[in-house]
Design a protein around this ligand. Structure first.
Ligand code: SF4
Ligand code: FES
Length: 260
């Protein structure tokens, strides 16, 4: 298949970016290629011409690491539901298609170069509370800690988040709430995650705010864009846990009326 690509090219964080069109380099693309393999072919051709290849994020190319991700014709990870960019195949497109390819757009994800963005804000949100403090070592015997099946299933659903950031890029407010909800609730749902539950939700939401992610306003674009089909229901759970944590937060002694 022959394509026309309009690709966002940007040298670094501060340089102004612009779309550059490629037609010759995107000819004879196999429908069996993944989207990233198509970009590999385009890059080989650019290198042969002595031009700089297009920088894009990727790692596992198996849909599990969360590194890849571009916006294709306005859709995060491209047109297929529940599919990362690396698992998207060119048979999803048609001969002669014109594809506009952009990086994630969010203030908290600055462009590093071309299609690559800096998602270290997600790492700092996880460092703020997305962990448990139980003793590490050998895994405990599975039946030592009884977990209701429904909770175990829900925790697994939330744990499917790969941290790709498509939810942020799809949200009109660049909110990270679906990511934060998945990363907090997969721990909150299990007994091992209970000791830090209150501290976790407050710290992770505070950190997401500090990173400049917007607030959730129930657009639902995040759920539609998520390659792992993380449900909006986790945001509702997180909001409930957050409210409970704030109510339980110890008051500063003497702050309002003392012993009165
Ligand atoms: S919630 Fe979905 S879209 Fe957001 S980071 Fe996790 S896997 Fe990606
Ligand atoms: S490269 Fe790992 S999820 Fe796409």
């Amino acid at each position: 298949m022959n394509l026309t690509l309009h690709v966002w090219r940007q040298k670094n964080r501060t340089a102004p970016g612009a779309f550059v069109s490629y037609t010759e380099e995107a000819r004879g693309i196999s429908t069996d290629m993944s989207f990233l393999e198509m970009l590999d072919v385009v890059n080989e051709r650019l290198i042969h011409k002595g031009q700089e290849p297009i920088a894009f994020d990727h790692d596992c190319r198996e849909g599990i690491c969360g590194q890849c991700g571009v916006v294709v014709n306005g859709e995060t990870h491209g047109p297929r539901r529940a599919t990362t960019t690396c698992q998207l195949h060119m048979r999803s497109f048609r001969d002669g298609d014109v594809l506009t390819i952009e990086p994630w757009r969010a203030g908290a994800f600055p462009v590093v170069k071309d299609l690559m963005v800096d998602r270290s804000a997600f790492d700092r949100v996880i460092a703020a509370g997305g962990f448990i403090s139980v003793r590490t070592g050998n895994a405990p015997e599975a039946n030592d800690v009884a977990v209701p099946k429904q909770d175990a299933d829900l925790a697994m659903d939330a744990a499917a988040c790969i941290g790709c950031g498509a939810c942020v890029a799809a949200c009109p407010n660049a909110s990270a709430m679906l990511f934060v909800a998945a990363k907090a609730e997969h721990l909150n749902l299990l007994p091992q995650g209970h000791p830090e539950k209150d501290r976790r939700v407050v710290a992770m939401i505070d950190q997401a705010d500090a990173e400049g992610f917007g607030n959730c306003s129930n657009h639902g674009e995040c759920e539609a864009a998520c390659p792992k089909e993380i449900s909006l229901g986790f945001i509702a759970r997180l909001n409930g846990d957050y409210r409970r944590a704030l109510v339980k937060r110890p008051r500063t002694v003497g702050a309002s009326g003392g012993s009165g």
